[in-house]
Design a protein around this ligand. Structure first.
Ligand code: MTE
Length: 423
């Protein structure tokens, strides 16, 4: 948390005078209930009458049973099977910005493989002075960095182009995760091999059957790409590329090659191989945008939302969500409760950081009436997240990938929420 809590009294007063038009008001007060004889307070409960589990009951901890619904989910009709498929992060139920690996979305083209550290090899070849092979242990001996980045599949929100379709932030925006990666800059390894002047691209591939081969400009490879072997402090999970994956900050998830086995330095982008360059954005006139790698600024209200309805009456309501940009950091998020007619600035939980998720809050005094809830992100490049209509004007409705438009939730008087479009 930043020190936004300081000077609360002053900012609260400013809030009340400045934001009355959209009902932003008393922050938090009124959420507690008056003390009354509640058995949960006055009686000794079952869990206090016996001892609990000892320290070794769960050597590797799992979430408590009451949180069993906070899991990744897939949409069965989207893909023919679960091998070449995707599931979604339960962003509606998470807070903060770091995604636990256990519920971070997975996307495999040929399933998640098991590759041990002793069997792991990474080769760098092509236009280099000395082709090299690294073992896992070799990688651990290079100077290491820790960095937090989001990974968003280019298809995130892809089903929403033609109209509001999936009823939940998990399904509309959950092809994203945000982790702290530990690894070696790819630049360090490429410099070890010595890139020849003719080398302008790298072709990266994984050890799985699909290989997920992708071409990446050398400029990006030498900039901020990481060869990562830890996420959130622990080994990568099998489904996220154990033991080593590529982290390509701000760029679409399909370039983040898992089970990384080879980096070939090439003169040109390799497009001839069957598995390469499949991600394009088809426009209204039938032509396609190619190599739209960067993920533009985007945001979504995670709560309230269809899977996280309001379960209490009018009064204090924490509106919260996530914002991110592949072009830099989030500088601000605005929230609208009336479908984009009026906007108020949300509070960023911490200043936005480069190519990572930013958490925002709007401490709102809900009067119990329905809302058309939206969030709009701004990033350090000056870019402002577009409306759906603005995006369609430029891109039409034939695309699947790179849909970063403003999302609308219709919050009903009952507190339930629905995915809708506003004109
Ligand atoms: N790497 C390999 N080797 N095989 C794959 O199928 N899927 C890609 C990418 N890297 C893939 C891969 C795609 S399309 C995405 S969106 C991300 O991995 C998803 O990473 P995750 O499964 O850790 O969420």
């Amino acid at each position: 948390m930043s020190d936004n809590s300081k000077g609360k009294a002053t900012s609260r007063r400013q809030f009340l005078s400045g934001a009355a038009a959209v009902g932003v008001g008393a922050v938090g007060s009124g959420a507690a209930r008056a003390a009354s004889p509640d058995p949960l307070i006055t009686q000794v409960q079952e869990w206090a009458q016996a001892t609990g589990e000892g320290v070794d009951a769960t050597p590797y901890g799992l979430p408590i049973q009451f949180e069993k619904d906070v899991v990744r989910r897939n949409v069965e009709w989207l893909t023919a099977d679960t091998i070449s498929s995707i599931n979604f992060t339960p962003i509606h139920a998470l807070d903060g910005t770091i995604t636990p690996q256990g519920c971070a979305f997975e996307r495999h083209h040929s399933g998640a493989i098991e590759l041990s550290k002793p069997d792991y090899r990474l080769m760098i070849n092509g236009l280099v002075d000395t082709p090299l092979v690294f073992t896992y242990e070799d990688l651990e001996r290079f100077p290491r960095e820790n960095r937090v980045y989001f990974c968003e599949c280019a298809a995130n929100t892809g089903m929403e182009w033609a109209g509001a379709q999936l009823n939940g932030a998990q399904f509309t925006h959950g092809m994203i995760h945000n982790m702290e990666y530990s690894g070696v800059p790819l630049r360090t390894l490429l410099e070890e091999a010595g890139v020849k002047p003719a080398g302008k691209w790298i072709y990266v591939e994984g050890a799985d059957a699909s290989s997920n081969g992708r071409s990446i400009p050398l400029e990006k490879a030498m900039d901020d790409v990481l060869v990562a072997f830890k996420a959130n402090g622990e080994a990568l999970r099998k489904e996220h590329g154990y033991p080593v994956r590529l982290v390509v900050p701000g760029w679409e998830g399909n370039m983040w090659v898992k089970w990384l086995r080879r980096v070939e330095v090439t003169e040109m982008a390799i497009e001839s191989r069957e598995e390469t360059s499949k991600y394009t954005d088809t426009l209204e006139d039938g032509t396609s945008r190619k190599w739209s790698w960067v993920m533009d600024a985007k945001s979504v209200v995670t709560s309230p939302s269809p899977q996280a309805p309001i379960t209490h009456g009018p009064g204090p309501l924490v509106i919260t969500g996530l914002a991110w940009s592949g072009r830099g950091s989030i500088t601000g998020v605005d929230v609208s409760v009336d479908g984009g007619k009026n906007w108020v600035p949300a509070r960023l939980a911490a200043p936005g950081t480069d190519k990572a998720l930013t958490r925002f809050y709007l401490d709102y005094n809900w009067d119990g009436s329905e809302m058309l809830l939206q969030a709009r992100a701004k990033d350090s490049s000056g870019y402002v997240q577009p409306t759906k209509a603005q995006l369609r004007d430029v891109r039409g409705e034939n695309s699947i990938y790179h849909n970063n438009c403003i999302q609308t939730w219709w919050i009903k008087e009952s507190g339930e929420a629905e995915n809708v479009e506003v004109s």
